[in-house]
Design a protein around this ligand. Structure first.
Ligand code: FNR
Length: 426
């Protein structure tokens, strides 16, 4: 009702309320490369579309006359009562959207009591993110690197910096075929953006030193700031443009530094060495238990058999996701498998759900089909691009407001009451 009152009193929203209009506003605000990186999906982007289309197969039953004057959006998640059922998904390299990057997102999330999942590819070291919003709830998302020492070090830092859980992303052992980025000859990693967790890590720094030594390079090469891979002039120009934007804003010093000067070539090569892990198997996951005592959530589960496998592997939660359609074109849409997976998990561990959630009623549908919590991806990146921290907060508040209204119009007063009975299959 605050949002309605503000609207009626003439306070214009800072970001468009409608999801498509929000995306259009972000397209305008961002460079072509930044927008392509965020909005894009794999191949012909049929999974991106299918994720959305899956929601249209469900309808919410209106149920009046049930006294819904007081409504409770809270959930239990990882042993803690949370004020809302939303989570922010990990988004790497969001310095592409705004120089305040993860600092802005963490502050906005903390102000709303929404857990923030800090990406392995976040633009700011996790300790700085903690300092920016010390009271906020954070999880750390790990991309399992081929260096066990590096994985262990990152998880130690996650634990020491107050993260509540580790989210291991399983669907990116190879990077997807991202057509828009390929067309623009642009991937942020090639400018060494989004590797702040690594460059601030003592184990990674040691790996870089070893690499320099092994290649018998001179000390001078270690500070060689040449672009790490061959970039087209257009891509370099794009990077510089983004850098200028970043420098003008009040971003984290490390983001600005990163935007100004790409990392030494040896660091980028080390990153490329350790990042891709196509050899990873279920057996490897057990090692994570030695590295941390934090709860482990496995992200990127789409097949019901893998959900059970995750349980068998001792996961404390699963995160159903197809990476927002960025990995496989014509992948299985996540909402279509949610009911089966929820049935097989049968409440034994929490289920986070993402891919295609754009508005409050989408969240209602996912929660009714068995999700414990619902994660937002691109919408908050668009809010960040359009209006920084305030934009992120406004996007999340809008989703929450529609969720709350839809719940009440469905005749329910709490998330706990939300189940299949609230829905009709279209
Ligand atoms: C992502 N995603 C992602 N996932 C992850 O585990 N680690 C990461 O670093 C990233 N980075 C990333 C960047 C960008 C720009 C996007 C759009 C997505 C996937 C993300 O966590 C989430 O699964 C999807 O964004 C959910 O889909 P929607 O909400 O964007 O449709």
């Amino acid at each position: 009702s605050d949002i309605y009152r503000a609207g009626i009193s003439g306070t214009r929203p800072r970001v468009p309320v409608d999801a498509d209009a929000l995306e259009a506003a972000a397209r305008k605000a961002l460079s072509a490369e930044a927008f392509a990186y965020i909005a894009g999906g794999a191949g012909a982007e049929r999974t991106v579309a299918a994720n959305r289309a899956a929601f249209a197969r469900w309808q919410v039953w209106p149920r009046p006359l049930r006294d819904v004057s007081s409504r409770d959006l809270s959930i239990d998640f990882l042993g803690v009562r949370r004020p809302t059922p939303l989570v922010l998904a990990p988004l790497g390299v969001i310095e592409m959207a705004h120089a305040d990057a993860d600092l802005a997102v963490a502050r906005a999330a903390a102000s709303l009591g929404v857990p923030y999942t800090l990406s392995n590819q976040a633009s700011v070291p996790m300790e700085e993110v903690r300092d920016a919003a010390p009271a906020g709830s954070r999880m750390f998302q790990l991309y399992w690197s081929s260096s066990d020492e590096l994985n262990a070090s990152l998880l130690r830092r996650a634990e020491a910096s107050g993260c509540e859980a580790v989210v291991v992303t399983l669907d990116t052992h190879l990077l997807g075929w991202r057509t828009r980025d390929l067309d623009l000859a642009y991937l942020p990693f090639t400018r060494a953006m989004g590797i702040a967790q690594y460059s601030s890590d003592p184990v990674f720094q040691q790996l870089v030193r070893e690499r320099v030594r092994a290649s018998a390079a001179s000390a001078a090469e270690a500070v060689d700031a040449a672009p790490p891979v061959r970039l087209t002039p257009k891509a370099v120009a794009a990077g510089v443009r983004i850098a200028r934007k970043g420098a003008a804003l009040t971003g984290s010093p490390s983001v600005r530094e990163n935007l100004r000067s790409p990392l030494p070539r040896a660091a980028v090569e080390t990153f490329l060495d350790v990042f891709s892990t196509p050899a990873l198997t279920w057996d490897d996951l057990a090692k994570a238990r030695q590295w941390t005592s934090l709860p482990l959530i496995l992200k990127g589960i789409v097949h019901p058999d893998d959900a059970i496998r995750a349980l068998d592997a001792g996961a404390d939660g699963i995160w159903i996701s197809n990476h927002g359609g960025r990995q496989i074109d014509q992948s299985v849409p996540t909402l279509d498998v949610l009911p089966t997976i929820a049935e097989r998990i049968a409440g034994r561990v929490p289920i986070v759900f993402d891919s295609g959630v754009r508005q409050g009623s989408d969240a209602v549908i996912a929660l009714a089909l068995g999700a414990t919590a619902v994660a937002l991806g691109r919408p908050y990146a668009y809010g960040l691009g359009v209006a920084g921290e305030a934009g992120v907060a406004e996007v999340v508040r809008n989703v929450l407001a529609e969720l709350d209204i839809t719940l009440g119009l469905a005749g329910l007063t709490s998330i706990a009451e939300l189940d299949r009975h609230a829905l009709r299959e279209a």
